[in-house]
Design a protein around this ligand. Sequence first.
Ligand code: PLP
Length: 412
Amino acid sequence: MINQTENINTQKTILRSKISDERGYYGQFGGAYIPEMLYPNIEEITKAYYSLQNDEEFKKEFRNLLRDYVGRPTPLYLAKRLSEKYGTKVYLKREDLNHTGAHKVNNTVGQVLLAKKLGKNKIVAETGAGQHGVATATVCALMGMECIVFMGEIDIERQQPNVQRMKMLGAEVRPALSGSKTLKDATNEAMRYWINNPVDTHYIIGSVVGPHPYPEMVAWFQSVISEEMRNQLTEKEGTPNPDYVIACVGGGSNAAGAFYHYIDEKDVQLIGAEAAGLGISSGETAATIACGTLGVLHGSKTLLMQTKDGQVVEPYSISAGLDYPGIGALHAYLADSKRAKFYAITDDEAMQAGEELALLEGIIPAIESAHALAVLNNLKEDDKDFSKKVVIINLSGRGDKDLSAYSKYLGM
Ligand SMILES: *Cc1c(COP(=O)(O)O)cnc(C)c1O
């Protein structure tokens, strides 16, 4: 159930500070399905997290770091040539301009401050493409904390630049050698490490996934995105509400942050873009809303891609940041309740949208974010009044890390 709003700041608008119920459920999705060994850790974090929400000193430190270290607020940019092309008004929320190049650092700053509060001096994290690993290694360097990042052996080979960045930032990158040697195996091994080192270590999850309170907590740290959107759009359009908010969905943290303060605003259509890979019927896909069924993954009851007997199916997308076999429980709920609509965007559609933004606006988006841009084509077809609309696309990250994939795809 969606809970009533609560006042988290002293501004005129009343902003919510939670979405799930106390046990971390969004409708039938969410919760905390964890081994007994993890109960003490999870309980400690849950308590600390709820007390943070009323901790003015914590909030001030968080806000100051977001401003002076991360570079917030990020601009809300009216993309004129892109707007002309689609015959509507398109704003880009420039999360690509954050320090380390994506939205992920909003969450790692929040969680490293939480770890400090808990008196932990060691951080463990999982990473797939390496983006969350880099964002975690970054804040650990900032705080002088020890950092261990688990990464699938195959991903280590595929994502060398990010492995090098993590090492330069002083983190230890440990290969996950089990299973398919990718993200879900790195997540399993990070959790195992945490179970064995519960006292001095905090586990920083990188998206709105995992057991409660992680999805709630990560969404709250990322909710600064929609908080800024509301203020910035009011300045530009005289109203906080656009007609559409569009974001790509891997685990769903940038989308959760972009949707957060719009969930109760029924005149705002929330749109998620998941990665269809080679197509939702191809077997080579990461489109969890389209292809997933109910199950439990990494401590949360949600939709996931699995075989009839519950084996997780390895996802595929050209974007390494979107190929998670599950999806944040919040998004499973938003899809189920029809509050949000999800489009499955293929590799081809995303790569073309990425090239288009580069040529029209001089901005090279992360391939993840390009999935959100591609939805403009779908909306133009599905919405007869599209020319009268105001659209915000959350540009979750920059494309520097993806240049070799773009070059290869575009034959440059
Ligand atoms: C990691 C990443 C994503 C996907 O993660 P979410 O939790 O779904 O936001 C999207 N965009 C970029 C740039 C990323 O680095």
